[in-house]
Design a protein around this ligand. Structure first.
Ligand code: IMP
Ligand code: MG
Length: 174
């Protein structure tokens, strides 16, 4: 297994998740939002987030393909599993692990908008500094991260490392 360099501790993550949850609580107090987690990488973040938000909400999941088993994007995105909640007229928050090129976000946004929600916002634990510089529309962001393949806290490399409580960069990967 490749060497790991820790970039975010579980304590830093916990503190930031609480802050994001407080923002969501303020913004969605009366709206019973639907938080749509992106499988699989967003599952730990979503699980921690919903337990901190403290207002009534619903949870659903979407699964999209893009990266296969490696670290290189194929540039195509397919919806492998759609939400089962009727999102029409609902306040939707898409929750993802990491926004890298922003392509997945763009496609998922178009897809979720086709369900005619009343509103759609994006909550990402991590986003590349490069995509932020390009002006990616992320309403709730945990941490900006530089280039380097990130794992842990739900985020995988070829299905490994999801179980790690902290976030690491895989040394020697893209
Ligand atoms: P994008 O379409 O390039 O923005 O890629 C988004 C998706 O690719 C993320 O939701 C992750 O599932 C995956 N991904 C991108 N960068 C990384 C990384 O550094 N580690 C693990 N998964 C990543
Ligand atoms: Mg993802």
């Amino acid at each position: 297994m490749a060497p790991l360099r820790r970039i975010l501790s579980r304590y830093q993550i916990r503190r930031r998740v609480k802050e994001l949850a407080a923002q969501l609580r303020a913004d969605y107090a009366q709206q019973r939002p639907v938080l749509v987690g992106c499988l699989k990488g967003g599952f730990v973040f979503l699980a921690d987030l919903v337990r901190q938000v403290g207002v009534p909400l619903q949870v659903d999941f979407i699964m999209v393909s893009s990266y296969g088993m490696g670290t290189t994007s194929k540039g195509e995105i397919t919806v492998l599993k759609d939400v089962t909640t009727d999102l029409a007229g609902r306040h939707v928050v898409f929750v993802d692990d990491i926004i890298d090129s922003g392509l997945t976000l763009q496609r998922v946004r178009e897809h979720l908008l086709s369900h005619r929600p009343a509103s759609l916002r994006v909550c990402a634990l991590l986003a590349r500094e490069s995509v932020l510089a390009e002006g990616a529309a992320i309403d709730y962001l945990g941490f900006p991260v530089p280039e380097g393949f990130v794992v842990g806290y739900g985020i995988d490399y070829a299905e490994d490392y999801r179980q790690l409580p902290d976030i690491y960069v895989l040394e020697g990967e893209g």
